[in-house]
Design a protein around this ligand. Structure first.
Ligand code: ARG
Length: 227
């Protein structure tokens, strides 16, 4: 008997970056819990697998590295399924459709992505917004969180922030000097990521998602978080 020490084989270790409301953020009764839509989905994956859920909060930029180093089993972080990422991880079936928004000062209009050309743009490091911003300008400042990117805008240091729609709306809520505009960006699809070849976990995630979509729990969770 080894005594204390958790039995790692009975845990599902999920990596996230809890700065992305309503998908993953710090909140709850004490304001110290990691909660959100992705976290509830991950909870159900763990329950269905008969495992204990362990959440590891880290920089968004570190998630794929942590997964490939075996430090986490799964990424639940509003992560967009992209070809570049598919070279390094396996994704579940898509579970959410998103798009980027342009956050700007309330009196500046961004109606087309063309207007981003040559502008100063702030983003969260390693996100799809980061990659897209570089298509428009060489002046991209990347931060560890979307909150910091938006702060940079509020402080007048940049012209715009490119960020996923629901978190963007969430972060600018209560900030009347900022607004979020939809330009013609294509949809993105979020997936949970597992290490390449982790067939067992991928099958488990997909079957949990499938069951939750079929019996209405997915929709119920979605409306709980997307108000
Ligand atoms: N969907 C975007 C991406 O994949 C942003 C995700 C950021 N997620 C987070 N938990 N901070 O790059």
């Amino acid at each position: 008997l080894t005594g204390c020490g958790a039995d790692k084989t009975n845990q599902l270790i999920v990596g996230t970056n809890a700065t992305f409301p309503p998908f993953e953020y710090v909140g709850g009764a004490n304001g110290t819990e990691i909660i959100g839509f992705d976290i509830d989905l991950a909870k159900q994956v763990a329950a269905d697998a008969g495992k204990e859920l362990v959440i590891k909060d880290m920089k968004f930029d570190s998630l794929v590295v942590a997964l490939n180093a075996g430090k986490i089993d799964m990424i639940a972080a509003g992560m967009t399924i992209t070809e570049e990422r598919q070279a390094n991880v396996d994704f579940s079936t898509p579970y959410y459709e998103a798009t980027q928004l342009v956050i700007s000062h309330h009196d500046v209009d961004f109606s087309s992505s063309e207007q981003l050309k040559g502008k100063k743009i702030a983003v969260q490091l390693g996100t799809t917004g980061d990659t897209m911003a570089k298509d428009f300008t060489t002046d991209v400042s990347a931060f560890n969180t979307g909150f910091e990117a938006v702060m940079e805008l509020a402080n007048g240091k940049v012209d715009a922030v490119l960020f996923d729609a629901a978190p963007a709306q969430n972060i600018i809520a209560g900030k009347p000097k900022l607004k979020a505009s939809k330009v013609e960006f294509t949809p993105e699809y979020y997936g949970f990521a597992v290490a390449k070849g982790d067939h067992e976990l991928l099958t488990q995630i997909n079957s949990t998602l499938d069951n939750m979509k079929t019996d209405g729990r997915y929709q119920q969770l979605l409306s709980q978080y997307m108000k």
